[in-house]
Design a protein around this ligand. Sequence first.
Ligand SMILES: *Cc1c(COP(=O)(O)O)cnc(C)c1O
Length: 425
Amino acid sequence: MKPDTRLIHHAYQAPGTWEAMPVAVFKGSTVLFRNTAELHRLKARDRSAYTYGLHGTPTTYTLEQRISELEGGSHTVLLPSGLAALALVNLAFLHPGDEVLLPDHIYGNNKELARDFLAPRGITHQVYKSLDLEDLASRIHERTRLIWVEAAGSISLEFPDVCAIVALARQKGVLVALDNTWGSGVAFRPFDLPGGLGVDISMQALTKYASGGADVLMGSVTTRSEALFDILDRTHQCLGFGVGANDAELVLRSLPSVHLRYRAQDESTRRLADHLQAQPWVKQVLHPAMPGSPGHEHWRALCAPEDAGDQASNLQPGRRRHLALQPLQPLQTLKQGGAACLVSAVFDPRYSKAQVHAFVDALKLFRVGYSWAGPQSLAVPYSLRHTREHERPDEHGALVRFAVGLESVQDLIADVDQAAKGLAG
Ligand SMILES: *Cc1c(COP(=O)(O)O)cnc(C)c1O
């Protein structure tokens, strides 16, 4: 053999045992089969073998399983972005003549997909009032195939009654898909809702919490139903929405700390929300844990059901007295519950858009940019008047959404205060 051939057909095989905690990055477009019989026999559909890089590798199968674990589902497919993941759900389950119902506060690109892509293909949609069950019920008819839910909306943070929506959909024989990026499998379990209920499909932008590093784009779609997974997986394969092993590895690296990061960012965000609430330039704070924020009671029922009990059991004086260190309060448990790192402030209407933009530009630690749940805090002014049919929380005052990162919250609060000096007078 010539040197070039020898380099490609090199005989060395590393020994077969390597045990370490990190999941290896398996790469390959081509998968090699021992012979034609194996080529014809092996199937990737049930994840029992490998047939082609696009159809899965040990790295992506492992991440699928871990996302299923996080979500409490049984089957997951991975996609190159959150947007691709929600597109997959629509493409897999909607056929010409079907109708999909979207809450007004849904991630904006889902509405755009419905309007610009699904509508020309004979799939209709309606936008329902995010928190109004009667409004939703009145829109369901015989062509309704799918209802989307988002809890909480990622800009205006309204929290719907997820259980009631699922119960209604079940009664009407309509599928429920949840955009679970906000809860990320930490704030609540979408397949184990109170009352024995569960959504049919949960999708996430893994770009946000699962990644946590603001360095990878990825999406997931999870279900607990064999039949629904079959449809999702077939559609996924038809469309070729695979993910690369290096990207999957980035998510696998971050995933073990997702609960800790969720808690830490939750705690900081609540501190910031409390601070904002006390500022004269803020008309309203939108955060599901803030009493008075739309849907607060639904959030409380689903994501903080044991608040009172926790406090009582943790403050037993007999058990505490001999502890030398003051235990950390908010991170003491890793149970379900909590709220994400997003809080929006509706500014007092006396401030012009230009003043509010100047406030955002004056922030130093909060940078201007999309996405959230990474280490870096972000702030973005949103104008919802043109994208919302029913709910316009910015109608009487500009809205700024803060995405809290992993910086010290004292520094973040000081940053907000220094930027707000420009609002004086
Ligand atoms: C970011 C986001 C998406 C889209 O995810 P990408 O990976 O950015 O495409 C979908 N839904 C919600 C709620 C999001 O925040």
